[in-house]
Each structure stands twice: as structure tokens, then as C-alpha cells.
Design a protein around this ligand. Sequence first.
Ligand code: ATP
Ligand code: MG
Length: 416
Amino acid sequence: MSGESQSSAPGPCVLLKHGEVFLKGRNRHLFVERLHDNLRVALRGVGGSTWIKTAQNVTVLGGQVPVATLVERARRVIGFNSVAPAVRVPSTLEAVTAAAVDALAGVLAERPVRGFAVRVKQRDKQFPLTSSRMEAHLGGQLLRALAVNLSMPDVTLTVEIDRKETYLSWERHPGLSGLPVGSSGRALVLLSGGYDSPVAAHRAMRRGLACDFVHFNGAPYTNPSSVYKAYALARELNRCQPPGALHVIALGKAQKQLAVAGAGRLQVVAQRRLMVRTASALAARIGAQALVTGDSLGQVASQTLANLAAVDEAASLPVLRPLIGWVKQEIIDEARTIGTADISVLPDEDCCTLLAPPRVTTRARLPQVRAVERRLELDELIESLLAGAQVLRPGEEAQTPEAEVPVGEASCPVAG
Ligand code: ATP
Ligand code: MG
């Protein structure tokens, strides 16, 4: 990574438009630094040197790496509104005109084009032509050189003129937008194998939370299939952030203790309370300031207002629920978009169904839940759950392309 010398040579690059960072006031530079740190992490293992520099509200990325690779890595970074492959030339009339003709000749050689439009933006007003005169100039040159149609455009050439350099782009991919991961602090996501919690995690990350994950499985009474899923999900989510850890906690014996203590119809709420208590203690150890769950109000019996309140009462940190107002179909659609749906759909043995009573209460009453909990040594129990936790690092092995591993059992380094 480096090189003002490299970064000053004309050639291909990638333009990254800043998202909400753009709206920040005096401490905007801190957000931009965070964004660039995250970009550097996403670029690890690309197989060549890269450089990053900031123009106004834009990050320019380049290096001795194919632009397609840079685009693919940059699109994973939360906080950019768009990602556009581009060409960089010195800000002179001749250089920009020649580059515009070259660029559009390249597009025409690749595919049929109905018409072109030219849009000029000047961030530096010292350029000899105004934006509209430059648009007219470039349009005329393109017409002459390439005989292109300038009405009904289906390709727009965007020309952004800075003081020293001008960037030309004609293709733009949407970025993940939002706030740079880490700029809002750190959270611990309760990650099950379902559709909801990974989508909730992704939303939390887009609000600037760096996420670690905790997954509870039913061991020793269930097989490890849910752990494989949680691992694959965390790895997918970690593509969009500096990788967070996955803590796996075997809850089966504790679940049995709750059943023996007479939880009955309160079993699911009591388990959920134990999960957030344990997660709160874990969060304190790893420096996370909030918990995140995939709850959506009323989706299942355990997610009624009364039951969510009973769960909150057991947490010692704020419980964030990004999906509280989402409809299930919206969640599944979003899971497809972010790439977690194919993992969530796989079958597993979920700890929540283990020992679930035939009818679950929709209105947990705190005195009754507390009465059950008093029959357990909660502090000791939580201590032993944490002592037995397994810490995995999903995604760290995938920083180099050759180490990419497919989803599935073989990819999880967890003993069955
Ligand atoms: P999901 O699709 O995320 O599994 P769900 O619709 O199955 O959610 P619940 O099973 O009621 O709903 O779980 C609600 C939330 O509680 C989950 O979104 C998740 O944040 C947390 N949770 C549930 N089970 C586990 C688990 N085994 N490990 C960690 N967190 C869990
Ligand atoms: Mg679930």
C-alpha cells in the first residue's frame, strides 16, 4: 500500500462516493479515516500494491491490481454510496477530451449503445471552460470522432474536474452506503441460524456498529449443524466489516436445568433471558456496548411485546432490534440481497426448539419467570457458560482469494 508517485500517474482507478459521512460536520475527517481503515482491511490479500486518496467527498482507489478486483472489494465496504470504475487524467482540456473519446470508443467496442450523454462536474473553478460549455465541447468532439447519437442516452459519461486531476466514469455500482463500521461503537449480535438475525446484524453494521457474534447451540443434546450455519453466516457478514469473532456457547445443559426448575410454558422466554444475560456478560468482557437481535414484533410467540420486555429486563445493555417493524418477506428479500439467505435456508437442529413446550406463553409475567430463575445459581451458570465458550474467527482465512472456502460443514473448524 502506498505511493503518491503511483497515485499521480494517469490511468485506471475507482471512484468511491462518500455516503452519510458527507453529512458530518467538524469531525468528518474521523469518519473518513475510519472508512479508509475499513477499505484497507477489505483490500487485504488482493495480490498487489494499492493506494487510496481523498478528493472532495470522494475516495479515489487504485493500484497494481485489476480494477474489477478493486471494485469487487470496495463494494463490500459500508459507507460508500457508489463505486465507479474510472480513468484519471491531468485536468487539461486536451487530456480530458482525448480520454473521453478513448473511453467511449472502448464502450462502443464492447456493446451496442443507443446514445451517450455527457455530464461535467467541476470541483475546481479554475478550469478554462464552465461545466455547460465543457459538456457542449465534449459532446461535439464525441460526435465528430465516433459519430455517436447524443439523444436518448443509455450511457452517461461523467467527467469530474478537480484542480490537478479529472476523473471520467461511465458505469456506476451501488455501494452499501450507511456509516463506516466502527464509527458508532461495537455490538454483540445474537446470531441464530435463521433469516432474521443476520439481516439485523447487517443493518447494525450499516449504522456504524462493528459486530461480534454469539451463537447458542443445544449441545450436548443437538448436533452441531446450527454452529456450521452460524459460522458461515458470520463469515458472510464479515466480508462487510473488519472481521468480528464468533463465540459459540453450548446451552443444552442450562436449558435442561430451566426445564427441571419447572419453566413449563415459560421455557422459551426463560432461555431467551438466559441468552441475553450471558451475552451481556460476554459483551462487557469484549467491550461491546449493545446487543443486537433479529426480533420482529409479533413474528412468533416469543416476540410479543410482553415477552420482549421480559427479555429486555434481563439484559444489562441496550438490546437493539433493527428489524422490529419489518415484515417477514422483507427480511427474506434482504437476506437474498446481502447473501445470507442461501445459508439460512439450510436445515439445522436449533437449540430453541429443544425442550420447547407444546404451547409457549405470549405474556410472560416477570414474578413467575424470576421464581423459576431463583431455582438456578444464575451467576455461576453464566460464568461456566462463558468459560466453555469457543471463540472462532470466521472470514479471517478468506482474506486471500485462494483461501476462499465454500459454505458447509467442511468450512467450519468446529469439532462435531
Ligand atoms: P432468526 O431467524 O434470527 O433465528 P427467529 O424468527 O427464529 O429469528 P427467534 O427464534 O424467536 O426468532 O429468535 C429471536 C432472536 O433471538 C433471533 O433473531 C436472535 O437474535 C436471537 N436468537 C434466537 N436463537 C438464538 C441462538 N440459538 N443463538 C443466538 N441468538 C439467538
Ligand atoms: Mg431462530
